[in-house]
Design a protein around this ligand. Structure first.
Ligand code: B12
Length: 135
């Protein structure tokens, strides 16, 4: 039988264990649209969510874990953090000057955030747009 003190330690350990944040309660719903301005392939829409003040990357990971039809990869930039490299097997390429652009439809306007997927904190009902584009 666990004493209350032992029980508290066990609960604390559970919270502090690596990976614990990923299991926190998801409170901000958002939709994610994958579009392609280069080849004009049809759009795909997904639903996901982030924890309180969570970053977009967390919501994308959650979606990837639960929906096999959504896959993405990123590289780590030493200065700016995660750079979205591919979505659903379509890769950005320096040679072709293509990349995955991050846009956000706020209902009345579409913005182009000045940070990437590792820094953007979605607001409730944001429509995140991952748009394959040229530069
Ligand atoms: C050119 C450029 C791009 C090009 C890079 C392609 C290329 N091969 O040249 C393209 C158009 C692809 C691009 C995209 C984006 N960019 Co940009 N980009 C720049 C810019 C103008 C110059 C970078 C550069 O060439 N530096 C010189 C080289 C020698 O240094 P470097 O470290 O090797 O440069 C690399 C990184 O900067 C990286 N990179 C470029 N943008 C971004 C953005 C993020 C989030 C990451 C992780 C890496 C990264 O690509 C460069 C070439 O490999 C800078 C602003 C500036 N004046 O520095 C913004 C800048 C780096 N970009 C920025 C942003 C926000 C983006 C986008 C998120 C915009 C969007 N909403 O879609 C996307 C990235 C989306 C994704 N896929 O993750 C921000 C980053 C700020 C931050 N703290 O996150 C900057 C600082 C501009 C700003 N708004 O102030 N970008």
């Amino acid at each position: 039988m666990m004493t209350p003190a032992l029980l508290s330690v066990a609960l604390l350990l559970l919270v502090l264990l690596p990976g614990a944040p990923a299991r926190r309660h998801c409170v901000t719903p958002l939709s994610l649209l994958v579009s392609d301005s280069v080849t004009n392939t049809p759009n795909q829409t997904y639903s996901t969510c982030v924890v309180y003040r969570g970053i977009l990357l967390g919501g994308m990971r959650r979606l990837q874990e639960t929906n096999k039809k959504f896959q993405f990869t990123y590289t780590e930039d030493a200065n700016y953090g995660p750079y979205l490299q591919s979505v659903n097997d379509l890769e950005g390429s320096t040679e072709d000057r293509t990349y995955w652009e991050l846009l956000v439809n706020k209902g009345n306007e579409t913005i182009r955030p000045d940070v990437g997927i590792g820094c953007y904190i979605p607001s409730e009902n944001d429509q995140i747009i991952l748009n394959f584009n040229k530069y």
